[in-house]
Ligand binder design. Sequence first.
Ligand SMILES: CSCCC(=O)C(=O)COP(=O)(O)O
Ligand SMILES: [Mg+2]
Length: 228
Amino acid sequence: MTIKAIVTDIEGTTGSISFVHETLFPYARTHLPDFIREHATQPAIAEQLDAVRQEIGQPDANTETVIEQLLNWIAEDKKITPLKALQGLVWENGYKTEAYKGHLYPDAFQKLSDWQQQGIRLFIYSSGSVYAQKLLFGYSDFGDLNHLFEGNFDTLIGGKKDVASYQAIAEQLDLPAQEILFLSDVIAELDAAQAAGLKTTHLIREPGMETGEHPQVSRFDQIDLTAF
Ligand SMILES: CSCCC(=O)C(=O)COP(=O)(O)O
Ligand SMILES: [Mg+2]
């Protein structure tokens, strides 16, 4: 079977977990409160704040209550759509002021570039918003890499542990599921993708990570597309 498209996770797969948890999340924790206070009445921000109120079942929650909720969700690494949308908007300033660059493993950069040259269709599926994904790859260690990807998916298509999300992605790619390879460091995500019929590969970037039943690699250059 020929792999025609690759859908890749970001955190723990194309880039390090520590970049997300030790750089991006702390930056959001520091800057999100004032960002929200300053922009709360802008329609795009107000829409996300209303989505938080709806999520917590408090339609009349004031701005400070919403901020406190968002900070709790950051601490708990919740993959809740309005949080991820707001984080992306806050991170923009960090990239633009060069507080950080989007972390990418060199082997991921090299292999994604090779696959694109070979005509493999490339997509990202991350819990980070599409906007946050485009920032991370737009301001990456290797420059602007958004040209490598044909498309991006986030939690608007569904959760990454839900089989239906991968069925919807296969439908949008207009490919049989078995011609799509999904890359991730999270077994529950790989299980969901496999249940939808996608091929899978488990990235184990750091020693001591849980192993499962999926084909395993520690670097992108160990992935052989002809093996599927
Ligand atoms: C794309 S921005 C940073 C990643 C992020 O916010 C996140 O929650 C990581 O999710 P992933 O699905 O890439 O593990
Ligand atoms: Mg991941």
